[in-house]
Design a protein around this ligand. Structure first.
Ligand SMILES: Cc1ncc(COP(=O)(O)O)c(C=O)c1O
Length: 402
């Protein structure tokens, strides 16, 4: 977090509307370079999980480094296909027939979450594969090996609805299946992945020789300092050569790790038993992971309760803008859906980027701004913070200094 705060220390928040999210393009590129290095050294392919980071204004940069995107439904699949390019992999806990028909037409891999859905949609799958022989069908499996500390974020927690457990697997449903998927990690480093892969091989090893690819899902904190990148590369290489399959990773958070902040404004100060600062944002609408995980967001320049002269429930001071590091890309990204697309671009000016909002909403929700979800209220027109890329370091300093 210190690195992220330092990066934005001299960022002049008055240059952007509030609330908004700001992403440091140079930091994103640094993460992408590392991930591209893993791809190159291991032979595995890395996809961006759009559910975690979906700023399509940065799609050209992302697609320069990664192999494609993974989607959790139709609108993300369209975003991947239309804006990012590369491979599009779509997994959903369950598909409706209408969505599935469109997803089958634009995805490279479609991953199902149950044998029942594979059976029910067999005619649609058969027809789609006849029309597009390259289309790959996968099945998400649940290795029943928990590594997560927070049950809500643990897809292997008891009674999880995600992935087929061994006892529910039906051989007869696998006719079209050429790949297997598991996603069991959340913000984890290498040892949990290594143990998960072992558990997966123990439970489902008999299926792997029939497959062309295995998708290890997301939750790998590859770009966090200290992540055991070399061990990951070795595991990926060995797994692929042992089983003769293509491995995919689909991290989200690792792509945008330590790349951005959320800017919010204190609108009022009230008192009822304690001092409160009323912001133009809320955890429910703009940072739901704060409630779900839960965690206490860091605010630039603020400390713990009682540490400084003033203690407010949310920190900050009247008419002061707050900078809240969005360390977790999932936090960053859920908020990006449909609003406030901000990034460092080409020149040095703030530019209105209104058409992007409409397009983003259309892609994500199948609606335009008129029918925007409630949590868009209060967000201003998105802005692209532009800067010259040629002299990256100096220009970034200038840009962040305002
Ligand atoms: C199926 C799947 N793949 C990938 C991801 C991305 O995970 P992360 O952003 O933690 O890397 C998620 C996150 O929930 C997911 O559910």
């Amino acid at each position: 977090m210190a690195g992220l705060l330092e990066r934005f220390r001299r960022f002049d928040t008055s240059r952007v509307p509030s609330p908004c999210f700001v992403v440091d393009e140079a930091a994103l590129e640094q993460n992408l370079r590392l991930l591209a290095g893993v791809q190159q050294s291991s032979g595995a392919k890395i996809l961006l999980a759009l559910k975690a980071f979906s700023m399509f204004s940065l799609a050209p940069l992302v697609s320069r480094y990664l192999s494609g995107t993974c989607a959790s439904g139709l609108h993300e699949a369209r975003l991947g296909r239309e804006e990012f390019g590369g491979e599009v992999h779509t997994f959903s806990a369950a598909f409706t027939r209408d969505d599935l028909l469109q997803i089958l037409a634009i995805s490279d891999h479609v991953v199902f979450n149950s044998c029942d859905q594979l059976d029910r949609f067999e005619p649609e799958i058969r027809a789609a594969r006849a029309a597009r022989p390259g289309l790959e069908i996968g099945l998400r499996l649940n290795p029943e090996h928990s590594e997560g500390a927070v049950p809500l974020y643990d897809p292997c927690a008891p009674c999880s609805r995600l992935g087929v457990v061994h006892s529910a697997l039906r051989e007869s449903s696998l006719e079209h299946v050429s790949g297997l998927h598991f996603h069991t990690l959340c913000e984890q480093d290498f040892p949990p992945l290594e143990r998960t892969v072992r558990a997966f091989e123990e439970r489902f090893g008999d299926l792997i020789p029939r497959m062309k690819w295995i998708n290890f899902g997301g939750g790998h904190h590859i770009t966090r300092p200290g992540y055991q990148v070399d061990a990951l590369i070795t595991l990926l290489r060995e797994f692929q050569s042992r089983w003769g399959v293509q491995v995919y990773l689909e991290p989200g958070e690792a792509v945008a790790y330590h790349c951005g902040v959320m800017v919010a404004e204190v609108l009022d100060l009230t008192h009822n038993g304690m001092s409160q600062a009323i912001l133009d944002t809320s955890a429910t609408c703009h940072m739901p992971d704060v409630i779900e995980m839960p965690y206490r967001p860091v605010i630039s320049g603020a400390g713990d309760p009682g540490q400084y002269a003033y203690t407010y429930r949310l920190g900050g001071r009247h008419h002061r803008r707050l900078v809240i590091p969005r360390d977790a890309a999932c936090g960053l990204t859920h908020r990006f859906r449909g609003h406030g697309l901000l990034h460092d671009g080409e020149d040095h000016h703030l530019q209105r980027y209104q058409p992007a909002v409409h397009r983003d909403l259309e892609l994500r929700y199948g609606c335009t701004a008129r029918g925007a979800p409630f949590w868009l209220r209060g967000f201003q027109e998105p802005v692209v913070l532009k800067r010259k890329r040629a002299r990256c370091k100096t220009q970034r300093a200038l840009s962040l200094n305002g």
